[in-house]
Design a protein around this ligand. Sequence first.
Ligand SMILES: [Cu+2]
Length: 218
Amino acid sequence: MRSIRLAGLAAIAVAALAAPASPESSSTSTVNVVNFSYSPTPVMIHVNDTVHWVWGANGGTPHSTTSGTCAGVCTADGKWDSGVSATTGNTFDVSAPFTTPGTYHYFCTVHGSAMQGDVIVNNPTSVTFTAFAARRVHRGALITWRTQSEADVLGYVVYRSVSGHRSAVSNLVLARGLTHPASYRFVDRKQLRQRAGYLLQVVHANGARTWFGTATIS
Ligand SMILES: [Cu+2]
């Protein structure tokens, strides 16, 4: 752990270093089947999440979502197959294969290689923190954090907690998406002289959110 110098009367607290992000419940990501394509593709999820395909207005044109690969001719691999549907509002959910991180390819059995998609399954522990701290600076509070890896992270939102009331104090601080260490800092200009705790809300690429903290200023 790196050393931290005390500056004047600044109060410093370092939160639970390298603690895992709080466990997240599985979530569902929607993919639209419309205009001879899947949207979004790739869809980014975490292990054990569900992908929910919804058929849009396709003017009576049938489509499917069928796992497998296309090399000229598409070949199903048997992980999932919705069957063909031309019904607007038809849905198909898949979660069973997504227990292992990786890329899962699929296609439409009607349109073959002209209509393909990917599901990318990320490990939920792919963000690892090595430092998180808060300290007073001139007219505010400086929040700093370091990550070891953040491959599937979109960004971070800094929250301030005072007397049990939690509120966001930053916009989305965009992650650099690195698989090597990165450092971030944010100054909370609204922090007056009160005791406060700071947390990070981690926004993952698939929209899932996890929490990390707390670093306190007394
Ligand atoms: Cu199709």
